[in-house]
Design a protein around this ligand. Structure first.
Ligand code: HEL
Length: 398
């Protein structure tokens, strides 16, 4: 099912509302006239120049995810007030309830972007220095004084990712932690059982440990929980009504997609992984949200509504990941086949693969979800949704 609605985006105000009923191409000259000075450099009017999304291609990408083994898949594009959705398969295998974009789900590491936003707001407030040693704020926590806050947020600390061992066996590893409640310090201790993987600052090496320590910083500097900080700094101001952080509770409330972990053994049954504490990730991966909310969040973020322009510039300063990807501060950059780069994050927790990205000016956002994980065919199919959403029919990949 693919549908397109031209909708009201209340927060954007009356001027943009009046534009939202106009087809994307026709609105271009007006859009350019609305806010010419608000954006600078290469981010200006990216969405106005974007090809129209390829909605049929988006549906096909979701179909490929199902062919690869996902029970269901869905995607929502918010394109400057125009909403397009596509969905396939089921949200719940037991009842056959269909998958739609109304379902909430576990966003996994998209949580890292939320955590980075909170810390960058604390930088703006003068409470945190990105280039200070983490141990300045958490004395004695880390074994190397040279590890800075910026190293954490850009995955350059060298702190070993304890989840590599935890989930070496996908199903037994998951079942061993499904109901566990860890303290942050216990997770850091698991990491510190292993030496640093690189000299601090020297290399990009993705590690959940970085964002566990980031969560500790949030709690240390504010005296409040990460849940409270996400709520007061992001969820409430942006009116994200389907977003929350319920750790260590295991249930997802309201309408949601059940998540299915693919076992490592061929032919073995999918494992319903929906209920879990996510305590192994916490501030690195435990947020629950919806496609609409994630799109609203990423769009507001890159439009500069969550931090100063100077902090956003730092967030969008990229460390090379590979020839087509960069990592900023809790933010991924993916370079697409049509020459456009998009910013956001991916998520992979048991049962859920998320791709959530926005154009650099925040005007077009995509959140795509498959309710399966540990399955390369599904992952690659979902990665293909980006090309369809941002490159349209001109996509050279996917
Ligand atoms: S991994 C990633 C993704 N991130 C990181 C984080 C997240 N998720 C995890 O660390 C969970 C890893 C285990 C997931 C599990 C599965 O697929 O269900 N895999 C196994 O059990 C494998 N034996 C870098 C992919 C991200 O995109 O940022 O989310």
């Amino acid at each position: 099912m693919v549908s397109r609605t031209v909708g009201a985006t209340a927060a954007l105000g009356a001027l943009v509302l009046s534009l939202s009923a106009v087809p994307a191409t026709a609105a271009e000259p007006v859009r350019a006239a609305v806010a010419p000075a608000a954006r600078t450099g290469t981010t200006a009017d990216t969405a106005a120049r974007l090809p129209k999304p390829d909605l049929a291609g988006l549906g096909s990408a979701l179909g490929k995810a199902l062919a690869g083994g996902a029970p269901g898949a869905m995607a929502r594009i918010d394109d400057n007030g125009t909403v397009s959705t596509a969905y396939r398969g089921v949200a719940d295998r037991a009842t056959g309830r269909i998958m739609t974009t109304a379902n909430r789900f576990r966003v996994g590491s998209v949580t890292k972007t939320f955590t980075a936003v909170v810390l960058l707001q604390l930088v703006d407030a003068g409470k945190l220095n990105l280039d200070a040693s983490v141990n300045t704020y958490l004395p004695g926590l880390l074994p190397d004084q040279r590890i800075t806050v910026r190293h954490l947020l850009s995955h350059r600390s060298g702190l070993y990712d304890y989840t590599d061992d935890m989930f070496a066996q996908s199903v037994s590893g998951f079942e061993a932690v499904r109901n566990k409640v860890f303290t942050y310090r216990q997770l850091v201790a698991l990491s510190l059982d292993k030496p640093l993987t690189n000299t601090p600052g020297a290399a990009y090496a993705y590690s959940n440990t970085n964002f566990v320590v980031a969560g500790m910083l949030v709690e240390e500097l504010t005296g409040r929980t990460v849940a409270q900080e996400y709520t007061t700094r992001i969820i409430k101001p942006l009116k994200l009504t389907a977003t929350d952080y319920v750790h260590p509770r295991t249930a997802i409330s309201g309408q949601h997609a059940k998540g299915y972990l693919t076992p490592g053994t061929t032919g073995a049954k999918l494992v319903d992984a929906t209920r879990q504490t996510l305590s192994w990730a916490q501030s690195a991966g435990a947020i629950i949200s919806s496609p609409k909310d994630v799109n609203t969040f990423l769009s507001a973020l890159v439009k500069g509504r969550l931090m100063s322009a100077a902090r956003l510039k730092q967030m969008e300063t990229w460390t090379k990941v590979n020839s087509t990807q960069g990592y900023g501060l809790g933010l991924r950059r993916r370079d697409l086949g049509c020459g456009i780069s998009v910013y956001g994050h991916t998520g992979a927790v048991q049962g859920y693969y998320t791709f959530a990205f926005t154009s650099p000016d925040g005007r077009r956002s995509l959140t795509a979800l498959a309710n399966a994980s540990n399955n390369a065919a599904v992952y690659n199919a979902m990665a293909g949704t980006l090309e369809k959403a941002f490159c349209g029919r001109g996509s050279s990949r996917g």
